[in-house]
Design a protein around this ligand. Structure first.
Ligand SMILES: Nc1ncnc2c1ncn2[C@@H]1O[C@H](COP(=O)(O)OP(=O)(O)OP(=O)(O)O)[C@@H](O)[C@H]1O
Length: 749
């Protein structure tokens, strides 16, 4: 009875609620517009009031770089910034990056004679400061990505020559700071594993990169808050997917934010992003940029390249860095850029997006000679004025002054005195739980191995195509072979068919193992490169976990072997069957290793072309098209690296070795009466199955090792920091200064 009454009450309440919902009239057009206007204003408003930022609003600066009240501009700006930071209890200290006379030269041209030098960056000076959101803008090919890469330590040594200096917190850079969690770089392409969900991806990176001392609950809490911060809550359990492919997953904007999130998991102090909004509609772009602005507002240094942002997005930047043809044209407050160019007589027309205006005046017009000359003159004027007014130098000084105010290192001018910033940073951060929480090493080798293995297995399990296609191919081959070679007899025809079938099996295993390995590994190489360049894990942990995770893929081969062996009617006896299986497994491993080696050592296109070509060559030396004894002396060594030869000779010895008898029909011109004669025909009479299987396994390990070496070496060459001589000298001087300071302290004591 009671239950009935309760149910009735619930029913009445639900009905009332529905009626109430229905009764609320929809908002009017004016109401909707008012709400939107409010939202829009909130979204585009800067999170830190402009007047509280150093050098902005309120106080006017005169041309000489001092305030009207006579106080040094840089010092005043730095003190204001410090006050704001203390008031806002920012959770990060950021990193200041200064660069002086930075020049990056590359060689262009096809051959040595035609090669010429090109200055991609020409004598640039500037700085990026903590809590600042810096937009790096310029026409296409102006050098934005190159500058971003130089600052974030991503210019490979072999690519070009870097001169000038880049200082991080006033100190010469080193590999450690770039591969640590302090500096993050978000590439333009989203290199992600498609079958993992957003949550799984973030958690994996949190487990890999955050300190072991942090509890798993804390890591989960952090990831959850990051997901909220990046607006990914609705898709946290969705697979990341492939853009426009299978599996379908996140939208373009969500992928971009997930891509940023992976780097944010490590909670870096400085974040560099290459075109974070490319390919997004303007609303999605605004969401991404707003998320980045928030990150800067928490104290981090955020620098990103961007193409023609809409005006509401442009408003979100604190600093603007305009470059064209490798020259710096403006560096300073983004809000003051329009005024700056107006003073140079370049007025931004009314109702025009300032970003569009900057693109127009900084682009090179090559439509005619006159237009090209005019634009060249204009760009030269901007570059000269930027130098004359010492905009870059001002930025460096401001960064130095901020550093001194924040960390008291007396390092005005952007450093070079061997500052102890990081130590001061730690000291100052003692009252800041978030900063302290993040100290300590990430996962150790065994944890990395386990986490990466888990990821590989999950990826494999969810990759339906990857699981079923090889099985279907194996089944089709098994059926074809069973139909063509069913119940082979012991006559001479049977001998020929057996040989043919064995060789075909070897070819099938070689192709179906090597080619998928090239495909899979070539796709993964870029993702691994990205993750390794952020210092997420070691190459060996990845490689070994991948090797082991791939082993279950050999299982379908067992079914293939069982089916073919029985239907064809190969030699009877369990030991012969299991030897057959071991030979096939070893060959599959060696062919897979060859595929990985190709993908690791060559660009994707070359690996895909050379993979099948190399198998064709191995087929030639496999023992059937060319008798082993007929191979010319110079090419004899090939058989020692030919896994098809090892497999075929071992399979033949397994099938025909010992005293296997075959029948002859009267009148047959040539008859092979026993297995020994068959082996002699192919020059396999001395082949020992055990030796071939052992050699095959050893060959596989050797190729795997080479593949690992190429992968590691390739990534390390890419990751090696291109440090200009000036910086190295600075570093030596810094160390000298440090030694002198220590000596002074000792003497004073
Ligand atoms: N390693 C290199 N070898 C040859 N040329 C290079 C190299 N690196 C950069 N360049 C050239 O330097 C110029 C600037 O390249 P960069 O990628 O920095 O421009 P960008 O402003 O980022 O262009 P976009 O906006 O189109 O991405 C281009 O002309 C590019 O071809």
């Amino acid at each position: 009875m009671n239950a009935f009454v309760r149910q009735k009450k619930r029913h009445t309440r639900d009905k009332k609620m529905t009626l109430m919902k229905e009764e609320v009239p929809p908002p009017s057009a004016e109401e909707c517009a008012r709400v939107w206007q409010l939202e829009y204003e909130t979204q585009t408003r800067k999170s830190v009031d402009a007047s509280s930022r150093g050098g902005k609003g309120g106080k006017e600066r005169n041309g000489s770089g001092t305030f009207n009240n006579g106080k040094n501009f840089h010092e005043a700006a730095a003190v204001e910034a410090l006050m704001t930071m203390t008031e806002r209890k920012t959770t990060h200290k950021g990193i200041s990056i200064t660069w002086r006379n930075l020049t990056y030269t590359v060689q262009i041209g096809n051959n040595k004679k035609q090669k010429t030098s090109k200055k991609v960056l020409d004598d640039m000076t500037g700085a990026a400061m903590p809590r600042h959101f810096v937009a790096l803008m310029g026409p296409t090919g102006s050098g934005k990505t190159s500058l971003l890469n130089c600052l974030s330590g991503r210019i490979p040594k072999k690519d070009g020559t870097l001169t000038g200096e880049i200082l991080v917190d006033g100190k010469a850079r080193n590999e450690k700071i770039y591969r640590s969690r302090q500096v993050a770089y978000v590439m333009q392409e989203e290199l992600l594993f498609p079958h993992l969900t957003v949550m799984e991806t973030f958690m994996l990176h949190a487990k890999l990169r955050l300190p072991q001392s942090m509890k798993i609950e804390e890591k989960t809490r952090l990831v959850r808050s990051l997901i909220l911060e990046l607006g990914l809550k609705a898709v946290e359990n969705s697979k990341i997917g492939r853009p426009g492919g299978f599996p379908r997953g996140l939208s373009g904007g969500e992928r971009k934010r997930a891509n940023i999130g992976i780097e944010m998991v490590a909670n870096p102090e400085a974040l560099f992003l290459d075109e974070p909004t490319s390919g997004l509609d303007s609303f999605q772009a605004q969401n991404v940029v707003r998320a980045l602005q928030d990150l800067a507002a928490h104290g981090r240094t955020v620098v990103c390249t961007i193409h023609q942002p809409r005006s509401s997005i442009f408003k979100l930047f604190d600093q603007l860095l305009l470059i064209s043809e490798g020259k710096m044209l403006y560096i300073g407050d983004s809000e003051k850029a329009v005024e700056y160019f107006a003073k140079l007589s370049f007025m931004c027309p009314d109702l025009t997006n300032p970003a569009d205006f900057f693109m127009d005046i900084t682009s090179m017009d090559r439509r005619s000679e006159v237009a090209e000359k005019n634009s060249r003159d204009r760009l030269r004027l901007f570059a000269n004025k930027c130098e004359e007014r010492e905009l870059g130098e001002n930025a460096v000084k401001l960064a130095g002054a901020m550093n001194s105010s924040l960390f008291g290192n007396g390092n005005a001018g952007g450093g070079g005195s061997g500052s102890n910033n990081s130590k001061n940073r730690k000291k100052k951060g003692e009252d800041n739980t978030l900063v302290n929480e993040y100290q300590g090493r990430g996962a150790n080798w065994f944890q990395q191995f386990a986490l990466l293995m888990d990821r590989s297995l999950r990826e494999q399990k969810r990759n339906v195509i990857g699981i079923f296609v090889p099985i279907v191919i194996d089944v089709i081959y098994a059926l074809i072979l069973s139909a063509l070679y069913r119940d082979l007899g012991k006559d001479q025809q049977g001998v020929q068919d057996r040989i043919g079938c064995l060789f075909f099996i070897c070819l099938n295993v070689a192709y179906t193992s090597a080619l998928p390995a090239i495909n899979l590994f070539a796709g993964e190489k870029a993702v691994i490169g990205r993750e390794r360049s952020s210092g997420a894990y070691s190459c060996s942990a990845y490689y070994i976990s991948k090797y082991i995770a791939e082993l279950p893929k050999l299982l379908p081969r067992l079914f293939f072997c069982a089916l073919v062996y029985n239907v064809v009617g190969f030699r009877e006896g369990a030991e012969y069957f299991w030897t057959f299986v071991s030979i096939i497994i070893c060959e599959a491993l060696a062919a897979q290793a060859l595929g990985i080696f190709m993908a690791a050592s060559l660009p994707v296109g070359a690996a895909l072309a050379l993979g099948p070509a190399s198998i064709t060559i191995f087929t030639l030396f496999g023992g059937i098209y060319l008798n082993v004894d007929s191979i010319p002396k110079g090419a004899g060594w090939i058989k020692y690296i030919d896994f098809i030869y090892y497999a075929f000779s071992a399979l033949a010895a397994n099938e025909f070795g010992g005293d296997v008898k075959f029948t002859c029909v009267e009148g047959e011109i040539r008859c092979l009466e026993n297995g020994r004669e068959i082996l002699e025909l192919y020059s396999f009479e001395n082949v020992k199955v055990g030796t071939q299987v052992g050699a095959q396994f050893g060959l596989q390990l050797g190729i795997q090792f080479l593949a690992f070496w190429f992968l590691k070496r390739g990534q390390e060459a890419y990751m090696a920091l291109n440090i200009p001589r000036e910086e190295v000298n600075k570093s030596v001087n810094s160390d000298d200064d440090a030694t002198v300071n220590t000596k002074k302290r000792v003497t004073n004591a």
